[in-house]
Design a protein around this ligand. Structure first.
Ligand code: TNX
Length: 531
């Protein structure tokens, strides 16, 4: 877990231009990392062309040059400066015009390799400087994340003057395989605060994840303010909620907007999920009228699934659902709204279809594209609905049919990409119903060949869900997500042809010094040669 106040203090110091040691700071030896190569990046870049004559060295004179008049470049440049100033102690001014021929890190919109598309970038390193070219702000941001990994691991340096800030020479041309590279965080089973969510966002953005799906509601808690049904959060998110009654809390609309904005600044789009028609006990125990018999069930703090169902043939249910969707859509700038739909074992198949046929149009009515867990494919949804595969097997007839009709699929097979599964029998946290998932398991599959009849063309992307039945703190989140999250991120970004366990485990091991400095509580898997 990171101590943010430290970063803030260092930013202030960097802004004041004080180049050296903090008074009283302990003299810690600089972590020695071997010289990096252009290929030492996670996710693996599409194309790297090293040029050993081109090594660049960031110095106290280096400037960050952004294309004049480009807001995208200026934003990416400022973010890069804010990351590198405390690490280097150099002033690194962000300048919109080149004045004198100073060594520079230039951020340029346009003029790159034609393949890079909306999210890719081209990074050139010569002796005179670094140039990152992209078509969008997202592409420039992705390029700066690569640049960070090419630099020494260092976020704050008591003795940073001993670090040589070299960048290996050559060219990277890089762009994603899939448009959707997601992570999911369950804030219903145990609530996680804005600070915890944004800390996770920081980590996700370093690995080019571009969607964060928030599982906002479940049987054990309701975690998003809905003004027209206020007790959802005051009661359903109040004291005593969450697994074992120890995960209370909720996001106010202001909190949610803050998360959305924080993520957007890192080119991550929030996908909010309201799980229904099952996984709804928190709502139904708060509002008796949401039950067919008008009787509120007791709140639940256990981890059972599949027992709750909204009342399918009652119009009030759809007034409730519409209110929730409308209010959530209003505060969600991203395109997707996830309506859950998993494990509705207390809803008959016919009722499930009835429910989805009434609810999916409501999502569209408020301008959003619906996504749902793979069960949604059973309801023959319109083709713009995205189905999220979470099975442990390799066949799913409904999903294959939906894919054949044109529905897109997000791949998050539980036995590969579920970050809440234990690594092995000794893992203190997590569940094991989908099996143990070591790093090689999380990395060792191809999204485009996992499920019969769901090929590359049907796949929107991948996601790594993190359910929080057993997780309470940011440290817990980090321990389960690292190092498997970067494995899923690489499957989402890098080409199928580049897939290589030996290469991945080496590059992953090189991330460890960064995680230690960032105080990420990662699982030191024995499969990985940690630096
Ligand atoms: C299954 S996966 C669930 C969740 C649990 C998760 C625990 C899915 C769509 N539903 O309700 O939290 O397993 O791993």
């Amino acid at each position: 877990m990171r101590r943010r106040h430290t970063m803030t203090r260092l930013l202030v110091i960097a802004a004041l231009g004080l180049p050296f040691i903090l008074p009283g700071a302990p003299a810690v030896a600089a972590p020695t990392t071997p010289p990096r190569q252009l290929t030492d990046v996670v996710p693996a870049p599409v194309e790297t062309r090293p040029d050993t004559r081109g090594t660049f060295r960031i110095s106290p004179l280096t400037v960050i040059l952004t294309a004049p008049g480009s807001l995208a470049a200026w934003q990416a440049g400022r973010q890069l400066a804010e990351t590198l100033r405390p690490a280097t102690g150099y002033p690194l001014p962000v300048l919109p015009v080149r004045s004198t021929p100073l060594p520079e890190i230039a951020l340029v919109v346009g003029g790159a390799d034609a393949r890079i598309g909306p999210e890719g970038y081209q990074l050139d390193v010569t002796r005179r400087g670094v140039t990152i070219r992209a078509n969008t702000a997202a592409g420039l941001f992705a390029g700066t994340q690569t640049l960070r990994q090419l630099l020494p691991a260092q976020i704050e340096a008591p003795d940073r003057q001993r670090v040589t800030w070299t960048v290996p020479g050559g060219r990277i041309v890089d762009y994603p395989r899939f448009a959707y590279r997601g992570a999911m965080l369950d804030v219903a089973r145990h609530f996680h605060t804005v600070d915890e969510i944004t800390a996770y966002v920081d980590l996700l953005s370093q690995y080019k994840i571009n969607y964060l799906h928030l599982h906002l509601t479940d049987d054990q808690g309701w975690r998003i303010q809905i003004d027209s049904w206020p007790r959802l959060t005051t009661v359903g998110g109040g004291p005593g909620t969450g697994v074992d009654g120890v995960g209370p809390g909720f996001l106010t609309k202001a909190d949610y907007k803050a998360v959305v904005a924080y993520a957007a600044a890192r080119h991550i789009t929030i996908v909010p999920e309201i799980d229904m028609p099952g996984h709804t006990n928190a709502a139904q125990s708060t509002y008796p009228e949401l039950n067919c018999d008008g009787v509120a069930p007791a709140p639940r703090t256990d981890t059972a699934v599949g027992y709750s169902s909204l009342c399918i043939n009652d119009d009030l249910t759809y007034r409730f659902v519409e209110d929730v969707i409308r209010e959530l859509a209003e505060i969600t700038p991203g395109p997707f709204l996830h309506i859950g739909g998993d494990e509705a074992h207390a809803t008959t198949d016919e009722d499930y279809r009835t429910f989805m046929n009434r609810v999916l149009p409501l999502v569209a009515k408020y301008g959003k594209r619906a996504s749902g867990w793979n069960e949604v494919a059973q309801a023959d949804p319109p083709t713009d609905v995205v189905a999220q595969f979470w099975g442990t097997g390799t066949t799913n007839a409904d999903l294959a049919e939906a894919a054949a009709r044109g529905n897109k699929v997000v791949m998050s097979p539980a036995s590969k990409s579920y970050l809440d599964m234990k690594y092995d029998a000794n893992t203190r946290l997590g569940l094991r119903w989908a099996g143990y998932i070591e790093v090689s398991d999380a990395y060792g599959w191809d999204p485009a060949t996992r499920v019969t009849g769901v090929g590359e063309d049907a796949i929107l992307g991948v996601e790594a869900p993190l359910w929080s039945e057993t997780l309470r703190t940011l440290d817990d989140i980090e321990y389960m997500a690292f190092p498997r999250l970067p494995a899923i991120a690489e499957l989402g970004w890098s080409t199928a042809a580049s897939h290589n366990w030996e290469s991945f485990r080496t590059r992953l091991g090189e991330q460890a010094p960064r995680w230690r400095l960032q105080e990420v509580d990662f699982y030191p898997s024995p499969q990985v040669p940690w630096l």
